[in-house]
Ligand binder design. Structure first.
Ligand code: BG6
Length: 496
């Protein structure tokens, strides 16, 4: 990166900033991605003295960075970039001067610096912040804004927020962040599909039996009770992360790997996603909520215990979906996400069809169909299962074996920080890994009727034991199609 920039983080001392943004920015410092003059403004309602806040950030970073990413090495340079601003964005007060003055303080003759406003605050404040920025002439041609998810609560609220922000920033300056798109394996999915000749001819309903996209987490609420109980797994994970992954798996090859082309293709997938309504919501979806259970030999509380009140919010969702277009006709896409599941694992499974004829009949009666697993985390990598001959047998006995590309083993120093990549993309003005307003809108349009049908059905959420793979109905969703979830770790029974 060669051009100077200013990044202003609203919510700069908040949870997201501390947990994700500051470690990512610090890593970018260490890896030499920042030009000398880059500045970072941390805006927060309450700021103790600069010294106190910087000590706190420094200590925090030491706990967040892995060994070998020593915070001491570049801390001095990094801390000089940090500017703290005590500012209540809802007030018209003097606090804004702390931003106005340094941002407009550009030496004569120099071009305006790129300016990134990162809104790491509740979306209900996005409109107010943008309005203030505009009123104070802080938005110029080289300004962009980064919006964190969840963007709204449903289609209407999301549209309102997008409209408010859209009054002040053109669409090509709005970066809607979805950190799943910054994961290394997600971009490798694009390389796999569009840089190799052998997958694309098979990437359709003639050869693919079904696709699974599964984002399972071991963590529970992590203290985010108020937010999570409002959102639930559908709004928190499916509406954004999971549907974005679906788009990349299912889209047609873009003309070029550039933002506009990718966005056009992603939109077509969302347009073709078959709506689920009425009875189909009952038969094609499962929503669950965890109760107490055992995880790694330790007892963990149930969702309601963590929450401290009654609730029907789902912490687990499984869905069978279809994409109504030429390529994917007849191919079910199974989605699954949940908290307090048996294993943390995010993966995309492409299950190919069985061979139509077995020439090995007699020695191997069953030929397992090929399977491609794209693992986002942990152990990022790509695995293809193929049939091969068992060694040391005279006859042709076959067995299923993996062809494995494990990133950590293949690429030395493999380390991936999704936020770092995406922040650098924002600074670089590269929109290709960010969602367009229309994508968010279509995703809500698909998700809203499902949530509404759940709410009006009166059917209680199904419970599952923490440490299991979700409610029994989730396994049954696939069993009734003679299929099964790809669970690395086996299964555990759930409670009804
Ligand atoms: C966030 C959700 O967007 O993604 C969290 O709000 C979830 O609830 C998190 O835990 C999962 O991200 P990752 O990268 O840890 O899989």
């Amino acid at each position: 990166m060669t051009h100077d920039f200013d990044m202003v983080i609203f919510g700069g001392l908040g949870d997201l900033s501390l947990r994700k943004l500051l470690p990512a920015l610090y890593r970018s410092e260490v890896s030499g991605h920042f030009p000398e003059g880059a500045r970072i403004f941390l805006v927060s309602r309450r700021v103790e003295s600069r010294e106190q806040e910087l000590t706190r950030i420094h200590e925090w970073l030491s706990t967040q960075l892995k060994s070998g990413e020593s915070p001491a090495s570049h801390w001095q340079v990094f801390e000089e970039r940090l500017h703290l601003c005590a500012l209540d964005v809802t007030e018209n007060g003097e606090g804004w001067a702390q931003l106005e003055q340094p941002l407009s303080d550009i030496p004569e003759g120099q071009a305006p610096r790129d300016r990134v406003f990162y809104l790491a605050m509740p979306p209900s404040l996005y409109g107010t912040i943008c309005e203030q920025l505009s009123a104070r002439n802080l938005i110029h041609e080289a300004s962009r804004v980064v919006l964190e998810k969840p963007l709204g609560y449903d289609r209407n609220t999301a549209n309102d927020i997008n409209t408010q922000v859209g009054k002040y920033f053109p669409e090509n300056s709005i970066f809607r962040i979805d950190h799943y798109l910054g994961k290394e394996t997600v971009q490798n999915l694009l390389a796999l599909r569009f840089a190799n000749i052998m997958f694309e001819p098979l990437w359709n309903g003639n050869y693919i039996d079904h696709v699974q996209i599964s984002l399972s987490e071991e963590v529970g609420l992590e203290g985010r009770t108020a937010f999570y109980d409002q959102a639930g797994a559908m709004r928190d994970m499916i509406q954004n992360h999971l549907l974005q992954l679906l788009c990349l798996v299912a889209m047609e090859p873009p003309h070029k790997l550039q933002a506009d082309n990718i966005r056009t293709e992603k939109l077509k997938v969302l347009q073709a996603l078959r709506p689920l309504t009425g009875y189909e919501v009952q038969s094609h979806t499962v929503r669950g909520q965890y109760v107490e259970g055992m995880m790694h030999g330790k007892e963990v509380p149930g969702y309601l215990d963590e929450l401290g009140k009654d609730s029907q919010t789902e912490t687990f969702v499984a869905i069978k979906a279809h994409i109504d277009n030429w390529r994917w006709s007849g191919v079910p896409f199974y989605f699954r996400t949940g908290k307090r599941l048996r294993q943390r694992c995010a993966e995309i499974v492409i299950q190919f069809k069985s061979l139509t004829h077995n020439v090995f009949d007699g020695t191997s009666t069953h030929l397992a169909a090929n399977r491609l697993v794209i693992r986002l985390q942990p152990d990022e990598g790509i695995e293809m299962t193929v049939m091969a001959k068992e060694l040391n047998h005279l006859d042709m006995r076959l067995q299923q074996v993996p062809l494995n590309l494990n990133f950590a083993e293949t690429f030395s120093n493999f380390y991936s920080d999704a936020y770092q990549r995406l922040l650098l993309n924002v600074i670089d003005n590269d929109l290709s890994l960010f969602a367009h307003r229309d994508e968010a809108d279509l995703a809500w349009a698909w998700v809203d009727p499902i949530i509404n049908a759940w709410n009006t059905s009166g059917t209680p959420v199904q419970t599952y034991e923490a440490g299991s793979w979700g409610p029994d109905a989730s396994a049954a969703l696939l069993h009734s199609d003679r299929r099964a979830w790809h669970n690395n770790g086996g299964s555990k029974r759930s409670k009804k």
